[in-house]
Write a protein that binds this ligand. Sequence first.
Ligand code: AHR
Length: 522
Amino acid sequence: MEAKTNITTTMKRLFLIPLSLILAFQLSAQNQATLHADMGKIKISKNIYGHFSEHLGKCIYGGFYVGEGNTKITNANGVRLDVVDALRKLKVPNLRWPGGCFADTYHWKDGIGPKDKRPKMVNVWWGGVTEDNSFGTHDFLNMCELIGAEPYLAANVGSGTVQEFTEWIQYVNFEGESPMSKVRKENGREKAWNIKFWGVGNEAWGCGGNMKVEHYTDIYRQYATFMTDWSNTSKTFRIASGANGADYHWTEVLMRDIPHNILDGVALHHYSVIQWSNKGSATDFNESQYFATLKSALFMDELVTRHSTIMDQYDPSKKIALVVDEWGGWYNVEPGTNPGFLYQQNTMRDAMIAGVTLNIFNNHSERVRIANLAQTINVLQSVILTNEEKIILTPTYHVMEMYNVHQDATLLPIDLKSTDYQFEGKSLPAVSASASRDQNGAIHISLVNIDAKNSQEIAIDLQGGKFSSVTGRILTSPSLQDHNTFEVPNKIKPDAFKGATLSNNNLKVKLPAFCVVVLELK
Ligand code: AHR
């Protein structure tokens, strides 16, 4: 009897030792991941790193454009060159213009020809200011050429006509002889721009006409029918005005009732906002507000998953793209600024929004193939802020710049088990990740720890490849509320990251609280 007990105890010990060893290994890192380096099939479209520029506040006027006569700020035909330089470095793949809500009030013919003859209008959506149309089609499209970004024109459906829309395409895209190409040439541009991306209105459910989706669907069918390519080189890519956040019925009807040969993209808008009636300050926020903002940002994952599932039912081959052409954080405007201008500062909280959202887009890149952060300069979650001749790059700029290694790279599956970021009994996954392999074979892993207080260790099992070196960059700062200012423009900027170690294809990473890290493995 005693002998049997001893044998049983010994056997138990034998089993317990390896088990405890396994547990010890697992507990040594709170977060576990497996990266499948040889399993990539899908390309991460560079176009999910797009931006959005509306005639709103100081995005265009004072942001991109300071006027031809400006002698204080270096410019080319009125477009500021410091901004062009910063956006070239960012590798902005596409830029959406002229709105937003403004798009459905915009008549493009008001923005061509001699500037002193252009009619003025009132910008009814944004501050009721006078829009003198000095920045129009030529200004925008030539500026995109300078930046190296592909234009994405959002055309007026709400208060425009089919004819106005199709003439705009003819004006910018037609090389041959036609009424519109003739005017373009008279206005100084011989060659067509060959614009591919076209939005058929904006937020048709709201500022674009307060339409029901069934009504908009018919309107879309009519407009899209007359969207002749007018181009020898670009096939028009038609994007339907999409759902407001979780309005899944909207996507369902578009996908069901629009013939797929005239539909290339379905849009989706989602802003990370605490509460529309009380959005809180961009810089003066507590952890509860931080948690709520990140919860809203992470909701993007559910949104793109559920909209994609609906799209899959009607388009299993994924011909039609999900186009998240407005996303980002939205807070109260900075004290003392025009409430209609949506000018807000940009802190480490915004860096977290950008990091987790871009990871979501990367991981859904089979369906999400275009996205546009709102908005590029001086409006909402900007990458650049300007003040007369000064400019600063925001933490969001730095995240987008760090992540641009993923543009057009092959998405690699990464299975991640994250611990929770807990706050007052609520929880969110602390760590988010995405990975890709670029054309030179280098692998990039972007990691975000949103936890406001705790660092996170992550053990990544690298499968399907052999790696000999790891390097990285990190964006972090002592306080979540930290931001760059015109007085201290470089308080937050990427640094070399020393917290990753590689041994036998096991990668250990220590992420400080609220940081974004991009690693390169070779
Ligand atoms: O980005 C600001 C506004 O938000 C856009 O004009 C509109 O499309 C959205 O509601």
